[in-house]
Design a protein around this ligand. Structure first.
Ligand SMILES: C[S@@+](CC[C@H](N)C(=O)[O-])C[C@H]1O[C@@H](n2cnc3c(N)ncnc32)[C@H](O)[C@@H]1O
Ligand SMILES: [Zn+2]
Length: 590
């Protein structure tokens, strides 16, 4: 934290700007290149631990800007080539059929922007210059994030910061002035309901950032309409207890999906948010392409591009699935919502075949819970992840949270892209009541059986694999043969599983690929929290009551209530919540 004494030039600047406020009433908080004034009364929301979120967003923004440029150049050169071919063949009337490639970014006003009735492209039309990126920070509070974007991401044109809270907008305007000429020229702050603003500014922003208290659900419908074609939606959800199944029905009412309380619940949370954004986008003939989806600290943050195409939208049911999870052994199976049948050049879109599971679990005989629908297509674009990670490494000093975000990106870069959710070795062993093989031994057995396996950024103990559940249980049966367990009652899921003979004979010999590249090179993949009370905060000015359980989760609230006195002594207005590393909300089975 800065202090008033060492900011003389800034003080002068404020005086020059004739801004009437007394610096003694404020603490100066520095993050990245932004400095914000926090009133000692702390009426405006600020959470230090969201530095990871802001750093990650800056990294993605930088990559978005460079990819947007590349795509625009590629589009121009494609058009030039087409135009020169046309002139070469003297085919003056050989105009384009106006079809858009799904991955093409169509600059504002270009053909196909509505995706419904592609306009005819006009050959030889002067290419439009790519306008500087415009960002909407829809829920800006102090303006810290908006100011960081403007000051740190060189090629940003404008950042519009919104808030419906007067004190926040006043703070934001004060902070814009306090941050000098670049912030002053680029950041604009408005007192408005973000939903109204986004609805009245359709397809105007290249980037829309949603960073709400708790759930983003009420902002999604307007946000997907405010994004330009090919633009980026960056969206946080901190209501992890809801998304992870503490109140499944609340999750359903907010997001339209049922969560399951498995070890993979944090990844499921990401996939529920993605499915929800896709559903809002579809209402406007739009669809999403996720570029990065992370669960960090106490929230999820997704980065998705939004495109318009009525045709591409037909594929949405192929990207969504229900999840069946056994109540006894935690085996899980995905039920895709849709499928396609191709005949010659035509493709038919049909409902998925189901059910993919019998009434009783084929491993242990218990019933299934059904959750979802979730986004079951890839949640990251690995090409983007590689670019983001290498940009971050190249600008290490410009990211206060470098260690954390590079660790997360490294782990993300090694995830199997096409395997939704993950297994927990601890859970498997818990079901069988056996000792656990090391992750290397287990991974080796899966690889030796001919399947792929990787870690997940969501949980240091999680394992993603394309091996079917019966193969996984066969591997565990073979393990138990060499590491016997005590006899258990015959109706236990573990006993039922172990009563069957394995079909596959597992080979536990160490496989070369049993360690990921980062593991082999001892590159950090998971880091502990940097300090105590690294967690979510409530709405500015609120005190904590048991009503917040649904927002923060029972554990987090209990922790907070237990630590309240101690915290009050340390920081009178700070309402931070202690969380466990990587597993802030308990997602144990009922
Ligand atoms: C979690 S804070 C944002 C934090 C900020 N993005 C940051 O990085 O520090 C959420 C903000 O959204 C504002 N807000 C809530 N509902 C809103 C609405 N409908 N329109 C505009 N702002 C809203 C709140 O006043 C609050 O300042
Ligand atoms: Zn089962």
């Amino acid at each position: 934290m800065g202090n008033v004494e060492d900011t003389k030039p800034m003080e002068e600047q404020i005086n020059n700007n004739k801004t009437a406020f007394d610096l003694n009433d404020y603490t100066i908080i520095k993050e990245g290149e932004a400095e914000i004034l926090m009133q000692t009364k702390n009426e405006v929301f600020y959470n230090k631990s969201q530095v990871n979120n802001r750093d990650m967003s800056i990294a993605v923004l930088r990559t978005f800007i460079s990819k947007r440029k590349e795509e625009h150049e590629a589009l121009l050169s494609k058009r030039m080539q087409k135009a020169s071919k046309v002139s070469e063949s003297h085919a003056a009337n050989g105009s384009s059929n106006g079809e858009c490639e799904p991955s093409e970014v169509i600059p504002e006003g270009e053909p196909c922007s509505n995706g419904d009735e592609p306009e005819k492209a006009v050959e030889g039309r002067a290419p439009r210059e790519l306008k500087p990126t415009r960002v909407l920070e829809a829920l800006s509070a102090s303006g810290l994030r908006a100011i960081r974007y403007a000051r740190e991401v060189e090629e940003i044109g404008q950042v519009v910061a919104l808030d419906n809270d007067k004190a926040s907008v006043e703070a934001c305007r004060r902070n814009i002035k306090f941050n000098g000429s670049v912030a002053g020229a680029k950041v604009e702050s408005n007192l408005v309901d973000a939903r109204v603003y986004m609805l009245t500014h359709p397809k105007e922003f290249d980037v829309v950032d949603l960073d709400p208290y708790g759930s983003p659900s009420v902002f999604l419908d307007s946000a997907v309409q405010s994004i330009a074609d090919g633009g980026l939606l960056m969206c946080t959800a901190t209501d992890m207890a809801v998304l992870c199944g503490s109140n499944g029905e609340v999750c359903y009412s907010k997001y339209g999906s049922y969560p399951l309380r498995g070890k993979y619940c944090h990844e499921m949370a990401l996939r529920i948010v993605l499915a929800c954004i896709e559903s809002h986008a579809n209402r406007y003939k739009r669809y999403i392409v996720p570029v990065l989806s992370v669960q960090m600290d106490f929230y999820v943050r997704v980065f998705v591009r939004v495109f318009t195409s009525a045709g591409a939208m037909k594929s949405t049911p192929l990207k969504l699935s229900y999840v069946y999870q056994c109540v006894g052994c935690d085996s899980f199976h995905l039920q895709p919502i849709g499928r396609t049948v191709s005949k010659n050049t035509s493709v038919r879109y049909l409902p998925g075949f189901g059910p993919v599971v019998p009434q009783e679990c084929s491993d242990c005989g218990k019933k299934y819970n059904m959750g979802g629908p979730i986004w079951s297509a890839p949640i990251h674009d690995q090409d983007w992840v590689t670019s983001i990670l290498s940009d971050v490494k190249a600008m290490k000093n410009r990211y206060p949270a470098f260690n954390r975000i590079s660790a997360v990106l490294t782990t993300v870069s090694e995830e199997l892209p096409d395997v939704p959710l993950f297994l927990s070795l601890h859970n498997l062993c818990g079901t069988l009541k056996c000792t656990s093989p090391s992750a290397v031994i287990f991974r080796s057995a899966v690889i030796n059986a001919g399947y792929r396996i990787s870690g997940t950024h969501v949980n240091p103990l999680g394992l993603k694999s394309d091996a079917p559940m019966d193969v996984i249980w066969d591997i565990m049966r073979c393990w138990v043969k060499n590491h016997p367990v005590k006899e258990q009652s015959s109706d236990q899921s573990g006993s039922v599983i172990l009563a069957k003979e394995p079909i596959l004979q597992a080979n536990f010999a160490r496989a070369v690929a049993s360690l990921s590249k980062a593991q082999a090179k001892k590159v950090a993949r998971f880091l502990p929290n940097p300090e105590r009370h690294w967690g979510p905060k409530l709405r500015a000015g609120r005190t904590i009551t048991s009503k917040h359980v649904s927002l923060l989760g029972a554990d987090a609230v209990n922790n907070l209530l237990n630590n309240n006195e101690e915290q009050e002594a340390e920081e009178p207005q700070a309402k931070r919540i202690k969380t466990e590393e990587q597993t802030p909300i308990s997602c144990e089975k009922e």
